[in-house]
Design a protein around this ligand. Sequence first.
Ligand SMILES: C[S@@+](CC[C@H](N)C(=O)[O-])C[C@H]1O[C@@H](n2cnc3c(N)ncnc32)[C@H](O)[C@@H]1O
Length: 158
Amino acid sequence: MTLAWHSQTLHQFFRHIRGSPNATWRPISIPGGDVTVTDLPHALPQIQKNVLANVPPDHIPNVCALSWGIDQVHFPQDYDFVLGADIIYLKETYDLLIQTLLHLCGPRTTILLSSKMRKEHGTMDFFQNLLPQYFNVEIVKRDAKDDLNIYRMTCFQN
Ligand SMILES: C[S@@+](CC[C@H](N)C(=O)[O-])C[C@H]1O[C@@H](n2cnc3c(N)ncnc32)[C@H](O)[C@@H]1O
């Protein structure tokens, strides 16, 4: 299994899914999995610390810089899963993020994005109008209390 996710995504992702503020990074230790954690270059030292503090030594993932719209070309295009949490909040990065997801998403890839639905950031428009131009998009879970949605996406050829 290959898996890419964005920084603390699984923590946030499983917290959204379980509705528990105490979810930990534990789920990222996938025996036999090939896991890559990405973020902007300046964030990597903190990510490395978080990984070392929370992941069993025999399942340490790759930690790599990936600036959306720039670095994705250095990454594979056949991940099983690409996970992202709380990364839809800067309108000027939306096109760059889509370019990145299009590169990472192969025919077998499932992308899961969890997001707070912030009106001021046009998050609903991103998921309902922008993303569907490039991906099959469906909502898989909604937490109305915290206004959090989780979406599943696949490439059009799937
Ligand atoms: C609100 S934080 C969420 C962090 C983490 N996913 C979580 O749930 O705790 C947004 C993340 O997006 C990253 N980010 C923002 N712009 C980016 C870009 N252009 N390329 C790559 N990462 C970016 C930030 O560095 C930050 O880690």
